[in-house]
Design a binder for this molecule. Structure first.
Ligand code: COA
Length: 388
């Protein structure tokens, strides 16, 4: 490259926050991740209480409205989410036109982008219109993910049943069969547990798009695109693959020890914020035990148990504990869900947090426009093409 390099121009080299690790971008009342105590709160409510007593629909209300619903409000949010669950024939046609081997998370991203063009309120920026759009998006995600799963397997698309809760109906639309009580509850809890996790990469992507005053759909498409990456949405797939590759409990300790000896990382362990057990992992661990017992797959659960015991024992000093991904992949596998749907299911849940974050940001909007520090040439001579 020609020309002088005058990196800093007349600016003293600033501190560069790679990955924005230590930057706060807004005040929030949506979600607290307490990494020291291993606590996760949505609007002040402990995730452990929600996993025990709540439903995904109630969690959606909590995230979006900031408080527990009264009975009539809960009935209404359930009814609204059920009423908005059907997708159009045109959407099903679009899904059928996708290559069968397309990653389902890409198909979801395309489908939501398509959907935006049919929403009469798309460019209405009022809070009411955004609330409606948020509900329509939350309702449409499970139907789209399930419909593509059916289509790519050459199966009939199952229409939603408004009498069922969102999680149970999602399972039914995926499999064609009504889910048993335990499976439906496990899916409901998994959706509750993934609904928000403070200012993570996809919520930030949604916030950046939203900060330009683009519409809610555009913000959500940016979030889905961001969730796709294996550093964000994909770790549970990798964790499950490891467990399946280990195969038998007898090999689990040896696998962990060998990996650590070779300075490898074990997927599903460690977290930027949690320095103890991720509370979501503990809840899903109990459910994976129940599902494994019922399905005669205790060997796989034992693989997970021994891997966990070994990692926690060996890496105690580094504060490495299982994160949500270690058990969510196992739970979905035990529910019969194929691995490439794990990230789309994450999106089915996280759409609630994304919409809450963007709407919160809009209450005090400021265009996100950070700086970068130029270190390239400043006097590059423009050479005509035949003389380069
Ligand atoms: N397996 C083995 N060792 C691990 C580990 C893992 N999963 N996670 C962290 N460590 C070790 C690191 O090697 C490092 O050791 P060192 O200090 O001797 O170099 C130390 O613990 C600190 O890890 P570091 O990668 O600096 O922590 P981080 O906060 O930057 O990273 C993660 C957090 C999540 C990126 C990291 O733990 C990881 O890669 N985990 C596996 C992938 C995963 O499960 N991702 C999903 C997260 S929800």
């Amino acid at each position: 490259m020609g020309g002088m390099t005058a990196p800093s121009l007349d600016i003293v080299k600033p501190r560069i926050d790679r990955g924005l690790d230590d930057i706060y971008v807004k005040e929030t009342t949506i979600c607290l991740v307490d990494g020291e105590k291993g606590r996760l709160l949505y609007r002040g409510y402990d995730i452990r209480d929600l996993a025990k007593h709540s439903t995904f629909e109630e969690t959606v209300f909590i995230l979006i409205h900031g408080r527990l619903p009264k009975r009539e409000e809960l009935d209404k949010v359930r009814a609204d989410l059920a009423a908005a669950r059907p997708i159009t024939k045109e959407m099903v046609r679009l899904l059928k036109e996708m290559p069968k081997d397309a990653p389902p998370i890409d198909v979801l991203r395309t489908a939501i982008s398509y959907l935006s063009n049919f929403d009469a309120e798309r460019d209405d920026a009022s809070r009411d219109a955004n609330m409606h759009k948020a509900q329509r998006l939350i309702a449409a995600f499970p139907t789209i993910v399930a419909a593509f799963q059916r289509v790519r397997q050459g199966q009939r698309v199952i229409k939603p049943n408004p009498k069922l809760g969102l999680a149970a109906d999602f399972m039914r639309m995926l499999t064609g069969k009504r889910a048993d009580k335990l499976s439906a509850r496990v899916m409901d809890v998994a959706l509750i547990l993934h609904a928000d996790h403070s200012m993570n990469a996809s919520s930030f992507a949604a916030t950046v798009a939203g900060s330009t005053l683009a519409d809610l759909y555009s913000a959500i498409v940016a979030a889905i695109a961001t969730l796709k990456g294996p550093l964000h949405g994909g770790a549970n797939e990798a964790a499950l693959k490891t467990m399946l590759a280990v195969g038998t409990p007898e090999r689990a300790e040896e696998y962990v020890m060998d990996t650590l000896r070779n300075k490898g990382k074990i997927f599903g362990f460690g977290h930027r914020v949690y320095k103890t057990y991720d509370p979501r992992a503990l809840i899903l661990r109990d459910y994976s035990r129940q599902l494994a017992e019922r399905g005669g797959q205790m060997d796989l659960f034992q693989v997970a148990e021994i891997m966990q015991e070994t990692v926690v024992r060996e890496l105690k000093a580094k504060q490495i504990y299982p994160n949500v991904d270690f058990y969510s992949g196992l739970v979905y596998h035990l529910l019969g869900v194929p691995p490439d749907l794990f990230t789309p299911i994450f999106a089915v849940s996280r759409i609630s947090g994304w919409t809450a974050h963007v709407m919160e940001y809009w209450q005090d909007n400021r265009l996100v426009r950070p700086l970068d520090y130029y270190v390239g040439p400043t006097e590059a001579p423009y050479v005509p093409i035949d003389r380069r």
